[in-house]
Design a protein around this ligand. Sequence first.
Ligand code: HEC
Ligand code: HEC
Ligand code: HEC
Ligand code: HEC
Ligand code: HEC
Ligand code: HEC
Length: 426
Amino acid sequence: MSFKILQNRFSRLTFLVLLTLSFSFSNSIADTAPAPAAGGSDPAMVADGKNLFEANCTACHAVHKVKVGPALKDVKKRRDIAWIKKFVRGSQNVIKSGDPYAVNLYKQYNNTEMTAFPSFTDKEIESIVAYITEESKNVPQENKAAVGGGVGGSAAPANDYSDLILILTIITLVLVAVTLIVFMTVIRKYLRDREASLDEDDKEIVNQKYSLSAVLKSKIFISIVVVLFTCIAVRSCWVGLMSVGVEQNYAPVQPIPFSHKQHAGDMKIDCGYCHTGVYRGKQANIPGVNICMNCHSQVKEGSRFGKDGIALVIEHYKKNKPVQWVRVHNLPDLAYFNHSQHTVAGGLDCIKCHGQIDSMEVVKQYSNLTMGWCINCHRETAVNGKDNAYYDKLLKVHDEKVAAGIRKGDMKVEHIGGLECSKCHY
Ligand code: HEC
Ligand code: HEC
Ligand code: HEC
Ligand code: HEC
Ligand code: HEC
Ligand code: HEC
């Protein structure tokens, strides 16, 4: 084979290596998907369990730390699955039956009642336990999440994982490149020893000086580097943007010890009774003391603070002084969010975005409220077709989408423009 062909092959190979290098760079930066579950259990089951756990349990539980309820790390080693099923479906039944472990735990957690989940199937509870077991193997991520400041917590472990892959890929590719260069040098040397038998073209190439500075100055090299860095810059800007956190888990102390658990949970007062705008307009509204006084003109004593707690409400009312509630959720002014669009048109439950408010003594910010959070949900959630005249109108307008087979249930919020910048930004 002529040496020229050989050299062409070589430069193509080097180019490929560089290309792969740049790809693996941008890929691993983009890769925020959760790391696959290591270990024996079924990943689909663990994923189901994770969803159920996050939707129903994280208001009170974490795997590695105590929240309202105990840390659930290794719960399967403490309790058998039959016990866990009974407890999750109705912890009070287990406690009332006199089960010493449950009675003790209940006391230890100041008689806080765990929400009952009577409708959970065996499989659902097993999947939650599978998720907890998987998660128990992981080292807690608290410290790292804290350093990331505001960055949505769940993305952190996946990023660590992809960093590792990135480093391994780079090492491998550098090794491949070094091997190629060594190989090339050996061949050159071999051919130079036999220079006499080569034709003119090949001689010229063999005697070419392989100069590093020429390579560094070459157009191809410079363009690759430029493209590479532009990719990285754009990528990390975007990923950063998607996760500018707005203080997830923020739970400030309020001027009056108002409890959602007591009012919305135990007494089952409807959210819309106090948050009067939530089904009607953009703002949910925080109630004024007038609404509180509908009841507290009669009810003047509470079980937790005696007369002291409610006295604060009455005092504000008498002095006609608004309560200085500390705001928990606060999107920056540049973003537009409308409640009725989500609660009525979208048919979404408050829990989806605010967590189990009706079991919180003190309201905390449950979701991270980043742009990535809004957009992910718009990608995943189907437009609510039921009782939604707006939707039927849309389907008519989008005849071509119907023709293309997009029907109720397939049509995600992104298909009706939920990813357009101007929908959320003034
Ligand atoms: C309203 C808060 C709350 C919610 C929501 C909640 N729990 Fe609990 N959980 C508790 C408390 C408090 C305890 C401690 C026992 C008690 O006080 O009854 C507990 C105890 C437990 C225990 C026993 C832990 C141990 O160490 O033995 C398990 C298991 C458990 N919860 C599972 C779940 C699962 C699964 C979910 C979601 C489907 C869930 N919990 C949702 C508050 C909650
Ligand atoms: C009896 C009246 C009342 C009811 C019922 C009620 N809330 Fe509230 N809510 C308040 C008051 C007062 C505040 C402000 C004080 C605080 O943050 O605890 C508030 C605050 C909130 C906040 C935080 C607002 C902020 O500052 O960002 C959310 C979210 C919320 N409520 C959701 C709900 C949901 C969901 C329900 C129904 C499950 C509900 N509320 C039922 C009175 C009520
Ligand atoms: C629908 C009736 C109703 C409304 C509306 C209502 N409350 Fe209450 N609230 C009660 C009852 C009943 C209790 C006593 C519950 C208990 O201790 O078992 C109570 C208890 C309290 C307590 C004392 C808690 C304790 O354990 O000592 C405070 C503080 C309080 N409410 C604040 C508010 C505020 C602030 C509002 C308005 C945003 C409000 N409530 C609206 C019915 C209501
Ligand atoms: C799709 C997600 C989503 C759903 C569903 C949702 N909220 Fe909100 N909520 C938000 C966001 C985002 C904010 C912050 C808005 C802001 O700062 O402008 C917020 C803020 C609030 C506030 C603070 C006051 C205000 O108007 O900004 C209250 C109170 C509230 N929500 C109550 C509710 C209640 C009650 C429900 C259920 C009926 C509900 N939310 C359903 C996302 C949601
Ligand atoms: C839990 C899921 C969920 C989250 C989180 C969510 N949305 Fe939505 N959003 C929806 C659904 C569902 C609709 C469709 C409502 C309908 O059927 O018209 C919607 C519609 C919208 C629309 C109207 C889109 C259109 O083309 O008409 C805007 C604007 C919007 N959302 C803004 C936001 C913003 C801003 C955030 C974050 C602060 C957010 N949403 C978070 C589910 C969500
Ligand atoms: C579904 C709603 C939604 C859509 C669509 C959306 N954004 Fe955002 N965006 C938000 C929210 C909410 C925030 C504020 C969250 C935060 O600061 O973390 C935000 C923040 C931003 C910021 C950051 C401002 C700052 O102070 O950090 C920029 C820039 C931005 N968006 C640009 C865009 C562009 C460009 C597009 C179109 C490609 C877009 N957004 C589409 C909801 C949306």
